[in-house]
Design a protein around this ligand. Structure first.
Ligand code: HEC
Ligand code: HEC
Ligand code: HEC
Length: 433
């Protein structure tokens, strides 16, 4: 009995000591606000470079609310733990980061801790940004600090217990944050290393394209780029697990990043559209580097396949009666724009759905969302928009239509599709235009 009591007391003492140590270790001090922005230290070249880097890192995509001012924050990011609002990262001293020295900015980007010492939620992809070089970090800082200051206080992020205890993120960081610049792999060519740096660093491609574990951290190993999710969309696998009917080639990837569209695969829609918009501003050399790196996640020697032959194979012979409901819906709602022979199309690109990853994926989400919401914000205006069918087609009609297309393309039908359409219709009804 005595020994038992000792163990309990000893255990309790240990817990107290560990908790105190934990608090001490996770304490991050405030970095004093800077008296003024050191504009004289920024060169025009550095600012121009920082602008490109910001496009690569999609800063404005997340830090700008609908109809809000660029980088003034306030975009609502739904997470499994509650809604997180992005911060104002314009150089306004009161409401933005005008008072942040480079040291404070760098600590946020590399360690996910704000100027006052509060831990930031990893919805901010600092796990990727922590891998950026000092030189690029300084250019980003110079650019952001040279943009117009916007006085705006975004809504406060208020998550439920225990997620509102920001200190808890220290434990998450301890497990999942690996700060340090992306290391060159001596066995690889410089172009591959440049690609790895861009993809794993500022590009944060894996934030969306890698599945996450129960603690919302990216899975690793063979799961890297094996397909994740973003804002209700499926971010397809960028590896050999891709559902794309034609294999992605190096040239396909470059075209997709440059134009927001690959004629052999489809468009960059949904959350990929603004990402593709930022990618299009990067140099040809950098896009080639990204493609080189990503190609090492799949069989780079696979035969590219013949797009025209595959379209013909998938669409030449109707698989169901032509007067079936699915075909009638397709003819009425889709064919004018998406027919196999696109000659006569007047405006925008018309992706060949027989080659589209969304229609061939295991999950129906992207195809459903494209039909329900249409594509209102393409990566580039010249790609054209697609109308929303939310008000024209019922859940059952969309299900019949999509499963008829699946059958036509030689694919298994998606199960419980009508219910899934209903779910996504409800989830997206708030953003209805
Ligand atoms: C995927 C969305 C996303 C992207 C992309 C993103 N951020 Fe953020 N960022 C956030 C969120 C969310 C927060 C707030 C986190 C919190 O409140 O804990 C944040 C916070 C910050 C902060 C801390 C600001 C403060 O006042 O505490 C800085 C600095 C920052 N981001 C800079 C950047 C820069 C620079 C880029 C581009 C290279 C960028 N962010 C890209 C989502 C994003
Ligand atoms: C904010 C989330 C997000 C980020 C960040 C992101 N992607 Fe995507 N990506 C998506 C989504 C969603 C799709 C599906 C788009 C569609 O179906 O039109 C996609 C599609 C793609 C595709 C087409 C895949 C296919 O088979 O059709 C490629 C290639 C791609 N992304 C490359 C990249 C690269 C390279 C990066 C980093 C520079 C990146 N993505 C960053 C969300 C993201
Ligand atoms: C008025 C012309 C038009 C009609 C009608 C139309 N689309 Fe589209 N569709 C487009 C355009 C243009 C795009 C490319 C949009 C962009 O710029 O990103 C597109 C893209 C798509 C995509 C590609 C999404 C991706 O991730 O690559 C799918 C899937 C799609 N349409 C399905 C359909 C279906 C199913 C119908 C019928 C219900 C339909 N479309 C009707 C014009 C149309």
């Amino acid at each position: 009995m005595k020994t038992f009591k000792k163990i309990v007391l000893g255990g309790a003492a240990l817990v107290v000591v560990l908790a105190a140590a934990g608090l001490a270790l996770t304490h991050q001090g405030e970095i004093a606000p800077q008296a003024s922005i050191p504009t004289a230290e920024f060169s025009p070249q550095q600012i121009a470079k920082g602008k490109l880097l910001a496009a690569m890192g999609d800063c404005a995509v997340c830090h700008t609310a609908a109809n809000g001012k660029t980088n003034a924050g306030g975009l609502a990011m739904p997470s499994p733990f509650g809604t997180i609002y992005t911060s104002n990262i314009t150089p306004d001293v009161q409401t933005g980061i005008g008072g942040w020295s480079f040291e404070a900015f760098e600590r946020a980007m590399r360690h996910g801790v704000d100027r006052e010492g509060n831990y930031l939620y990893p919805a901010f992809p600092y796990t990727a940004f922590s891998r950026v070089t000092d030189e690029d970090m300084k250019a980003l800082y110079a650019y952001l600090m040279s943009e117009p200051a916007v006085e705006y206080t975004p809504p406060k992020t208020e998550l439920n217990f225990p997620y509102n205890v920001r200190r808890g993120i220290a434990a998450w960081n301890w497990l999942y944050l690996k700060p340090g610049v992306v290391k060159d792999d001596a066995a690889q060519a410089p172009e591959w290393n440049r690609g790895a740096y861009l993809v794993e660093g500022l590009g944060h491609c894996s934030a969306c394209h890698t599945p996450r574990n129960g603690l919302a951290a990216e899975k690793t190993g063979a799961d890297h780029f094996a397909g994740g999710s973003a804002e209700g969309w499926d971010a397809p696998a960028l590896t050999a697990r891709s559902a794309s009917p034609l294999p992605w080639t190096h040239a396909d990837l470059v075209t997709y990043m440059k134009d927001g569209y690959s004629p052999r695969h489809g468009v960059a829609a949904g959350p990929m559209a603004p990402v593709a918009h930022g990618l299009a501003q990067q140099s040809e050399a950098d896009l080639n580097a990204i493609a080189t790196y990503l190609m090492s996640y799949r069989d780079a020697n696979a035969a590219p396949g013949d797009a025209q032959a595959l379209i013909k194979e998938k669409t030449a012979t109707p698989k169901l009666a032509l007067d079936s409901e699915g075909y009638r819906l397709y003819q009425g709602a889709c064919m004018a724009c998406h027919r196999a022979d696109p000659s006569g199309s007047t405006f925008g690109v018309r992706p060949q759905l027989a080659l589209n990853t969304s229609l061939h994926a295991a999950a129906p989400d992207n195809a459903i969302l494209s039909v329900l919401e249409g594509i209102q914000k393409p990566a580039h205006p010249e790609l054209g928009t697609m109308p929303a069918f939310r008000h024209n087609l019922s859940d059952a009609q969309i299900a019949t239509l999509l499963n008829t297309m699946r059958a036509q393309y030689g694919l298994q039908e998606w199960k419980d599709l009508s219910a899934k359409v209903g779910q996504l219709r409800q989830q997206t009804s708030a953003s209805e235009h």
